[in-house]
Write a protein that binds this ligand. Structure first.
Ligand SMILES: C[N+](C)(C)CCCC[C@H](N)C(=O)O
Ligand SMILES: O=C(O)CCC(=O)C(=O)O
Ligand SMILES: [Fe+2]
Length: 403
């Protein structure tokens, strides 16, 4: 039954479920609704649960034409004009709608189904973005088909499939892309907007030590997310290996949310600590060619406060800066929590290793999936870019995907 899907969503175990598509609750047969006008809110009992609706909120969210533009989704009503002690003069439920009349005779109607979704109670038990959390076996046995360059560039359905995979798994591959920076840029632009940073718009890197960062060497890199030193880390990282004549250099991918959810199950208080302690990350370059001093602040794990759903992991041990925002006893607990998360992330069964080759472009959700690299020999050239998160989500919504 649909309701049980949503109810389970309130428990965090749902993030381990293989949610394919969001199933909205069924409201065709309007269940009986009862109203209770309390002093400070309207209690609406509908379909087995109670919503508590603030009176100012009920006036403010009125969907009538004078209050709300249904085309642009912009509010016409001046919220500051609502009496903060407003109460409806009459209320009723008719044909699956809640009707309220206000002191100035204005009438507000809400579909009960809209309220069930948009009330705090509704939001608390639903999730913003369905995901399939994975370890190596789960990802491999899902057999997610890679997209093809020709198709994704020309076919809307293929674009949608790509976005669905990207949203569910946090990684997605496109094959048969010409091994050039130009084609990499073209396929990236299909997905989101390029985010220019001090590394450039489209960038190509080799092990030439040209920048003050270990990415520009032949060393192995442990799992991490990038640009943790921005207040808003880049949403997507795109990699296309254009050339490698040598050995090693495989890419490591680890689902940070899978590891974090394991931590939430085994040590909820440590999980919570990692959502609360602000951590600084830095990127410093003082060379003839580059002068940068970036600093970003945010906790390792970020969750939405109302439903505790994870939406960002900021994890980069080499770019992590001085911990100086918490007293010493909290520092100790933070290290314990960080160690537990790290242990989870390092389990071999959580590691997905891939060898990127010319023609295959990899898109990584940099707010969720960590990447790393095996050390390598020889000449290796990787191009790519960073991209914004809002624009890929927007594209997905426009195509009708839940996010
Ligand atoms: C991707 N590109 C090679 C351009 C930059 C790499 C930046 C690496 C940095 N330590 C970070 O994690 O953000
Ligand atoms: O060389 C690679 O495959 C990845 C290096 C890296 O972590 C990065 O550029 O962000
Ligand atoms: Fe990186």
């Amino acid at each position: 039954m649909h309701r049980s899907l949503l109810l389970r969503a309130s428990k965090h175990a749902q993030l381990f479920q293989r949610v394919k598509t969001h199933v909205p609750r069924a409201y065709k047969n309007h269940a009986a609704a009862t109203l209770n006008l309390l002093d400070d809110c309207l209690a609406l009992n509908y379909d087995g649960s109670t919503m508590h609706l603030n009176y100012v909120w009920l006036r403010d969210h009125c969907r009538s034409e004078s209050s709300f533009n249904a085309i642009t989704h912009q509010r016409n009503l001046d919220t500051a004009s609502i009496d903060l002690s407003i109460r409806p003069t009459s209320t009723s439920v008719e044909d699956g709608q809640l009707l309220l009349e206000w002191p100035d005779s204005h009438v507000t109607r809400y579909d009960l189904s809209w309220l069930a979704v948009n009330s705090y109670e509704g939001q608390r038990k639903s999730i913003e973005q369905p995901r399939v959390l994975w370890n190596s076996d789960i990802y491999k046995s899902a057999n997610v088909p890679p997209s093809k360059w020709e198709k994704i560039m020309n076919c809307k359905d293929e674009h949608k499939k790509f976005l669905q995979n990207y949203l569910l798994y946090g990684i997605a591959f496109v094959e048969d892309v010409p091994a050039t920076v130009e084609a990499t840029e073209e396929v990236s632009r299909k997905v989101s907007l390029i985010r220019e940073t001090m590394f450039g718009r489209m960038w190509t890197f080799t092990s030439d030590n040209s920048r003050g960062d270990t990415a520009y060497t032949q060393s192995a890199l442990d799992r991490h997310t990038d640009t943790t030193y921005f207040h808003e880390p880049c949403g997507i990282q795109v990699f296309h290996c254009l050339k490698h004549e040598g050995t090693g250099g495989r890419t490591l991918l680890v689902d940070g949310f899978y590891a974090a959810e394991k931590l939430r199950q085994s040590s909820p208080e440590h999980f919570e600590l990692l959502t609360q302690i602000p951590i600084k990350h830095e990127n410093v370059e003082h060379t003839d060619n580059h002068l940068n001093h970036m600093r970003g602040i945010g906790p390792v794990l970020q969750v939405y406060p109302w439903n505790k759903e994870l939406y960002m992991i900021r994890y980069n041990n080499s770019d992590r800066s001085v911990i100086n925002t918490i007293p010493h006893h909290v520092v100790q607990s933070w290290y314990v929590a960080h160690r537990e998360l790290t242990t989870e992330m390092r389990r071999p069964q959580n590691e997905l290793w891939v060898k990127l080759k010319p023609g295959t472009v990899l898109f990584i959700d940099n707010w969720r999936v960590m990447h790393g690299r095996e050390s390598f020999t020889g000449h290796r050239q990787v191009c790519g870019c960073y991209m914004t998160r809002d624009d890929v989500l927007s594209a997905a919504r426009v195509l009708g995907l839940q996010v």
